[in-house]
Structure formats: C-alpha cells, structure tokens
Design a protein around this ligand. Structure first.
Ligand code: GLU
Length: 530
C-alpha cells in the first residue's frame, strides 16, 4: 500500500496541510518585564492573549523581558508566574515550562540580539552613537533653558552629533578599538509615513520625522526593549502581538525593524488593548487609586523587597480567581449579550477582538465585589464551610464543619466573601466583648435597661424557644403593651451580637438557645451603663 500512487499523494497532502497549519497556527506571547508586581492591566493583557490562543488552538508563550538591568526587581518573575497560575492562565512554552525556542528569558539571549544589531549597522539601518550620557543630558538642559522643543536624537539633530553617520571611518574604528562606550541607534528614515494595521485600532499612520532614533543596543551589552522584542517575536514565530495601548507609539519603530531586518513578510498582526482607567476621573488606573479608594491593583499581595512595603492582592483579599478573571475579561471586552458570568471555557468560546472596545474601561470595585458574590453563591454550603474553616484555622480559630454548617445557610446570602461569613456569624460562637458605642449613644434611652429586663423575663418563660415561637410571642407582647418594636429589638441585637450586624434576631436567639440568650442580656445590662 505504501507504494501506491494514491497513498503517496495522500501522504504528501497530509504533510502539506501540517506545514500549512504550522505556518499559520496562532502563536502569541505575554512578555512582561520583571520590574515589580504585575498590575491587573497586565493580567488582563495576559488573559486576552490566553483566550485568543486557546480559541484558535494556538500556542501561548511566556517570555521574560529583562534586558533593562536597572529596573530588575528580584522576585518579580516568580510573582508573575504565581499570579497567572492562580488565575488559571497556563502556558505552552515559557521560562518556567521550557519549549522549542528556549531560552525564554531575554537576558540569556544577549548574543542573538548583538548579531541582529550588527546586521542593521552593516546594512546602514542603524548606527553607532558615541555621545555620552552627560553630553546628551547637557543638550537636554540647553533646550529646556532656551524653552525650545525638548531635545530628541532624530533625523534633524543626528547630523550634528557624535555618531557613525557623521564621523569619518578612521575615527569610528579608533573609537571602537579603544572600546569607547557606544549605543546603536535606529536610523529613522526622513519624510516617510509609516503605516500599520491594528486589529482594534484599524489603520495607524505616523510621520517618521516625529520619531526619535531609538537606542537598539546599549553600551552595557544589552539590547533595548525594541530590538529584543522584535527579534524574539520573529524567532519565536509570533503571529499576533497583543499588548497594552501604551506600546502603540513603539509599533511604527517595530514595523521599520521588520523591514530593515528583511523579515517584513513575517511581521505579526498588531493588537493594542485599551487602558484600564481610574474609577473616578481620567487616566490610567494606578496603585495610588487602589490605595486611595481601598481596592487592590495587584492579583497577589506583594512585598517590596527594598522598602518592605506591602501592597494588597485580590487573592489575599478573598477573591475567587474565577471571579477576578471574569471581572477582568469584561473590562474592555463585551460578549454582545447581557450575560455577565463566564467561566474561563466560556470566555475562550466567546472571545474575539471585534468586541474589544477602542476606548478605555473604568475599573469598578463594586462590580468586582459583585462578581465574587456571584461565584460565592454557586458554592454549596459544604464548600463554604470548608473554606471558612480553613480561613479560621489560619487565624487560630478551630471550629468543626458541622458547627459552621449550622450557621452558614443563615448568612450566606448576605455576603460577597468567605471572610464576610465570619463578620456575620462569629457571635454564634463567641460572646461579644464590646458593644457598638456609637449605636448605644444614639439608641439607648433611660427606658432601655427596663425594656431589656422585660424582654428577658418574657424569653425566660417562652414556651417555644424557636424562631416561629419567639417571633410570634415577642411581637404580640410588644403590641399588647404599646411598645415600639425598634426600641426593643435594636438594643436586644446589640446586647446579643455587639452591633447591628447579622441575620434575623429570632433566628439568632433560636441558635443561641435560651440559656445563652439570657446570660448575654444579663451581662450586657451590667456592662452598658446609660
Ligand atoms: N516588555 C514589555 C512590557 O513590559 C512588553 C510589551 C510587548 O508586549 O511588546 O510590557
């Protein structure tokens, strides 16, 4: 059979299809720089990459862009991996899982970039710039003083600076031989409109005269972001570059690099995602907004290795990863229907860039909480009890599952987080040690102690100490005596639970039982002095 013409043809066709699939299959990457904890905007970028890759049965790659040694922060790479793992965003290739294009850490690929930088210089698309940092700084100051346009190394200024476009061959060679520090800069063409297509923004055009001759390779032997990013996207066969909008101004430079490296036909599609905006006012969501308004801007808690400062995280704040991911997915993308809750699989199924908006999305902390509530509500009481039990254990409180299970159903619909179950239920297990003084000030009157004594007597002889029995009896007696319901029930709640929280008071009493209820009233009357 192997030699039959039809079989040979079939084998050939299969190979061709494989090749086609290989060339055309989606390959996307998330390429963070390990400069600190990953901002939630970065998590969303990773998420959209992931959704797109999974939807198209493509590959998702984690590449660490650590070429700027001055901004390297220890622990940041581990943080990024841990955060994305927590979110359920997994990778096919990357620093932590390896893959056919390893290394996926740019600092380990220095030689590769040097080769490409050299090629660009040899082909006349880049040049050596020998100007020192101090010389450039002096020029900057000069323009600032003269209130001129800020200094920029570009088509206009490069002609009068210390670079290989201006210096003669001999001087250049001498400088290189003497190991004079140099940077390699991209030679931006004059008078050209550079164009590109973005899957969200559409056609983008930039006048080359406005661009500066970006440094591609630094004197410390490291490439800059621009060179390393383009070279790696090419070598790793990336098909779609999906990243934050802040990188859009860099895209024309990248287009030039593809052209100058002779790999324009391998240029990926560009997709620049809209920003995550402050909940109030204008501008990008920052850590300061989180601190100011009391919500995390990082997926996991982060301790700054230098200052020891701690920034809160969604995980530690009690968010379910599914809720966090769901909330993030909808900050920028919409499904075109009213459905709001999506599992990761459903997001994969529904996601597309034509439903990602061009304009930024305002972060909404209440909505984030709402999502968590939705995911809490679909948990069984048993699951919630397990979760609360371990949360309590971490705080040195050991309570059995059966005990927790008795009260969780009473409070589950009042909370958005597992730890809030405890806010609403701790008094089933412990007596209050203090009483809400502001409430007492507001609601206590000269009659309150007497009312409490009266109600305690009533409870002492109540024939049926259940929710139904108690609520019927107390209501009837309050009516009969012409008392005010609130002026009895609120003080009663304060003495039983310490504040105004919790489910129905008759339910609480039934659970505490007669003896405990009466003791709490007695203790409180002693303690609360009007
Ligand atoms: N290293 C860049 C960053 O930190 C990557 C930008 C890109 O995806 O091209 O965001």
């Amino acid at each position: 059979m192997e030699n039959e013409p039809w079989f040979l043809l079939h084998t050939f066709a299969v190979k061709l299809i494989d090749k086609y699939m290989e060339i055309n299959s989606v390959r996307v990457r998330f390429a963070p720089s390990p400069t600190g904890p990953l901002h939630i905007g970065g998590v969303r970028t990773a998420l959209y990459n992931y959704l797109f890759a999974r939807k198209h049965n493509g590959s998702f790659i984690l590449r660490i862009e650590d070429t700027d040694q001055t901004r390297f922060v220890p622990g940041a790479e581990e943080y990024i991996i841990e955060a994305l793992t927590w979110c359920g965003i997994n990778f096919d290739e990357g620093v932590h899982v390896g893959g056919p294009y390893a290394s996926y850490r740019q600092s380990e690929r220095k030689e590769i970039y040097h080769r490409y930088a050299k090629q660009l210089v040899n082909d006349g698309f880049a040049y050596y710039a020998f100007d020192t940092v101090d010389e450039i700084e002096a020029l900057r100051k000069q323009t600032e003083k003269a209130k001129e346009k800020p200094f920029q190394y570009d088509v206009h200024t490069r002609k009068s600076l210390k670079n290989s476009l201006v210096l003669d061959r001999k001087t250049i060679q001498e400088l290189l031989d003497s190991h004079a520090p140099y940077a390699i800069r991209l030679r931006i063409p004059e008078n050209e409109i550079i164009e590109l297509n973005d899957l969200i923004r559409g056609h983008v055009a930039v006048d080359s005269n406005l661009l500066d001759d970006k440094v591609l390779y630094k004197s410390d032997g490291m490439p800059t972001y621009h060179l390393a990013n383009v070279v790696d996207d090419f070598l790793m066969q990336i098909t779609h570059v999906i990243r934050g909008e802040e990188w859009l101004p860099s895209a024309p430079m990248h287009v030039l690099l593809y052209r100058y490296l002779g790999i324009e036909d391998k240029m990926p599609q560009f997709v620049h995602l809209p920003l995550l905006l402050k909940p109030d006012g204008k501008g990008k969501l920052s850590k300061r907004d989180g601190d100011r308004l009391g919500f995390p801007v990082f997926p996991l808690q982060w301790k700054d290795p230098k200052t020891g400062e701690i920034s809160s995280g969604y995980r530690e704040s009690g968010f379910y990863p599914e809720a966090f991911v769901n909330m993030l997915a909808l900050l920028g993308w919409n499904p075109g229907t009213t459905q709001e809750c999506f599992s990761l699989e459903e997001l994969v199924e529904n996601f597309s860039f034509d439903r990602v908006s061009k304009s930024g999305s305002k972060f909404d902390a209440d909505k984030a909480r709402w999502f968590n509530q939705q995911y809490l509500r679909i948990r069984s009481f048993e699951e919630l009890a397990e979760q609360l039990k371990s949360w309590l254990q971490q705080r040195g409180i050991n309570l059995g599952l059966d005990k927790l299970l008795r009260v969780i159903p009473l409070v589950a619909d009042r909370v958005s987080f597992v730890h809030e179950l405890w806010d609403q239920a701790w008094f089933f297990f412990f007596r209050p040690e203090s009483y809400d003084s502001a409430l007492i000030k507001k609601r206590w009157t000269s009659d309150t102690s007497e009312h409490l004594l009266w109600v305690s007597k009533l409870l002492a002889t109540a024939p049926d100490f259940t929710y139904e029995g108690l609520s019927a009896l107390v209501k009837e007696q309050i009516d009969e005596r012409g008392l005010h319901f609130g002026s009895i029930m609120l003080p009663l709640r304060i003495v039983l639970v310490g504040s105004s929280v919790g489910p129905d008071l008759f339910v609480i009493m039934q659970h505490l039982g007669r003896e405990e209820t009466l003791s709490r009233i007695e203790i409180a009357i002693e303690k609360i002095k009007y």
